[in-house]
Design a protein around this ligand. Structure first.
Ligand SMILES: *Cc1c(COP(=O)(O)O)cnc(C)c1O
Length: 404
């Protein structure tokens, strides 16, 4: 007889690197989830900006089932049809000419950083190895990507960090200019900082980075792991800015909940990822590729993308209305369905307290740092769920205010 797992089993059997909520969701449909006790939740978290079509979307379920009965895995000794279709589709929809497939955002960024270093060595020499990124940025949890990321707490305590990494300040071109030189290999940047607090780039900032990279023969890498695949109302956020990177990374929404990542590059740059330089056992796995292709084709349509902007306006309206009543936010910002509400001075550092209260009220949300409430729901969230979910979130915020 098998017994039902409990939250205590987490503490007993799993590595203690997470601190999950007390409830265990067991079933999801669209933007609603149910836990072991049958309590219902409306989902504004979307698996941290992953479940772009909600839970168990029929189009993705169908792609997974069909591929699941056809072919699961080969290896990179062979190519496969779903991977080829996904790569072609990404190329046709973006600036890129070539795609490297992998299984996560961190892995896509790892590939981007390694490619940038290779390209620099091949075209300019060993000295050109400096990677510039930004304070508070987040690029993944591999050792290279935490080191490039701008949150030292994630790379401290693991021994010597990889060298040649410099951090400038986000939206501050002068701070980048001071670090740029002949030895600059690449700049890695999120078009909107996600984990760092939902901070959109100023257009002049990204345009300035492009110019600096061109002047110094450095590559511009956009980490669109969180902002990509319709999340901001365009397929990729770079389209908002009219700035084209040399390398772009994608994951999260790309698989709609199935683990997949992609690194996109121009022909000239991709050439440096020559045979044998890099690889991944699961990269381009048929199951992942089939689901990602279905997600990409479903999301990259005028209807779905326009719907993202419409839902942004609805959510913003609710957040503003809640704020007029309760004064909890000092700023409401973001693009598309990646939105942040910065806590006002009176509630400084207390965004985290909203989450368990919201769960008790039947809503799931996120934070981005201690001071920002983050929403990253399904791109096709039904309007009725937005209304009901916001009513529940408002009750959670009322309880935060009542705590004083
Ligand atoms: C989530 C995230 C990553 C890491 O992706 P994983 O799939 O967790 O490895 C990298 N960059 C950004 C901007 C992210 O939001």
């Amino acid at each position: 007889m098998s017994t039902t797992p409990t939250r205590q089993d987490f503490d007993q059997y799993m590595a203690p690197n997470y601190s999950p909520q007390p409830v265990i969701p067991v079933h999801g449909e669209g933007s609603r989830l149910w836990d072991q006790q049958g309590h219902e939740y409306i989902d504004f978290a979307g698996g941290i900006a992953v479940n772009a079509l909600g839970h168990c979307h029929p189009v993705l379920v169908d792609a997974l089932k069909t591929q699941g009965e056809t072919l699961w895995h080969l290896s990179n000794v062979f190519t496969n049809e779903p991977a080829l279709k996904l790569a072609k589709s990404l190329v046709e929809r973006t600036f890129a000419d070539k795609v490297f497939l992998c299984s996560s955002g961190g892995e896509a960024n790892e590939a981007a950083l390694k490619l940038a270093r290779r390209y620099a060595v091949e075209h300019h020499g060993e000295h050109k190895d400096k990677i510039i990124s930004f304070a508070k940025s987040f690029h993944g949890r591999t050792f290279f990507t935490v080191s490039v990321g701008g949150q030292p707490k994630y790379s401290q305590g693991f021994g010597p960090v990889p060298g040649g990494i410099l951090h400038a300040d986000y939206n501050d071109l002068d701070s980048v200019r001071q670090l740029m030189g002949d030895d600059t290999c690449a700049i890695m940047v999120e078009p909107m900082q996600g984990e760092g607090g939902l901070i959109p780039a100023d257009p002049e900032f990204l345009q300035g980075l492009r110019t600096l990279c061109d002047e110094h023969n450095a590559l511009l890498v956009f980490d669109e792991v969180q902002t990509g695949v319709g999340r901001t109302g365009k397929l990729y956020a770079y389209e908002h800015y009219g700035v084209t990177p040399d390398i772009l990374t994608s994951a999260k929404a790309l698989g709609g909940g199935f683990p997949v990542g992609a690194m996109l590059a121009t022909d000239d740059v991709a050439k440096s990822l020559a045979i044998g330089t890099h690889g991944s056992t699961y990269g381009g796995n048929p199951l992942a590729s089939a689901v990602a292709l279905a997600a990409l084709e479903f999301i990259d349509t005028p209807d779905v993308l326009a719907g993202v902007n419409k839902r942004h306006d609805l959510l913003r309206g609710h957040l503003e209305r809640i704020n007029e009543k309760h004064g909890v936010f000092s700023d409401i910002r973001g693009l598309g369905l990646l939105m942040g509400a910065q806590m006002s001075d009176a509630f400084e550092g207390r965004a985290k307290e909203i989450l368990p209260l919201a769960i008790e009220e039947g809503a799931m949300a996120l934070i981005a740092g201690p001071n920002v409430l983050r929403l990253a729901p399904s791109l096709v969230m039904p309007e009725a769920d937005i209304e009901e979910g916001m009513a529940r979130l408002e009750r959670a915020i009322e309880r935060l205010v009542a705590k004083g």
